[in-house]
Design a protein around this ligand. Sequence first.
Ligand SMILES: Cc1ncc(C[n+]2csc(CCOP(=O)(O)OP(=O)(O)O)c2C)c(N)n1
Ligand SMILES: [Mg+2]
Length: 321
Amino acid sequence: MLSTQDKKRVLREMVLARRFEERCYQAYMERKIGGFLHLYPGQEACAIGVMEAARPGFDYVITGYRDHVHAIKCGSDPKAVMAELYGKETGCSKGRGGSMHIFDVANRFMGGYALVGGPFPLAAGMAKAIQMKGGDEIAICFLGDSANNQGTFHETMNMAALWNLPVLFICENNLYGIGTALHRSTAVTDQYKRVCSYGIESDQCDGQDIDVVFEHAKKAVEHVRSRKGPYFLELMTYRFRGHSMSDSRGYRTREEEEQWKERDPINILRDRLIAEGGYTQAEFEAMEKEIDAYIENEVIRFAEESPEPRVEELTRYVLAD
Ligand SMILES: Cc1ncc(C[n+]2csc(CCOP(=O)(O)OP(=O)(O)O)c2C)c(N)n1
Ligand SMILES: [Mg+2]
């Protein structure tokens, strides 16, 4: 169980994640950020709750294009992530990758991938390397619900089970792949059931309540770390914003959105802390203000003031020598 102190810390991390993403939205509208931008509000308890149960900076993590918060939870500096979104030389991928290609070797955050389903086999490869080297790490692969219809999903599940790889798959099921509802694209909508045919242990839980995510993730991480084989955990969640920046959300109703917003992961944890005593709404609001000031005065300022990559060096770091 998360202690009161831990709960306050992860609440802070979720608020930082939310404000960071909302500030990205604003910067995109001001044309400071270009290219694709996929935001994470609504899903914060997933990445933060799972990594709270794992070892950020030690375990290897990989995900898709909705990747900023995963990187930050693994230890990436929010300044280097924002500078990457701004396409600056000080960005974590030296401004060459942008939003979908956040990368941080030092913190074992292995990306940030644009190809849906692409990270599955890469995660298996990371797990195979861990297995061969004999370390205590695990590989964690976060992906969306729709990624599971890619061929790579099935090929990877088979190999991961066959080779007993130390890999944890986290499915962030937000019910949509771009504008297509899950039930319109997928025969079996309970994603955790799909890995049973490969003999992989799996579970499903609420992805909005970080206490619930943490408990399920803890069990999953223990399973993989003790080398009992791969594990697949499905988190039921919702993205509050559109898929990407140009999305009028015509494929879902405003009522459905409002229902999910009643299950905002930040409000759930804040209200619980207040109900348990020893925490107040005033403290929460002061924290929000302090985080906004940090994002503005440090994160945004750093991105704004950092240099652009030099034109002569634009292709540097893009391809291996
Ligand atoms: C191989 C490949 N096919 C198609 C796309 C286009 N595409 C981008 S996101 C997406 C939907 C993915 O949805 P999901 O896996 O549920 O993730 P979410 O965006 O909901 O987090 C698709 C089809 C792509 N990026 N890569
Ligand atoms: Mg999805």
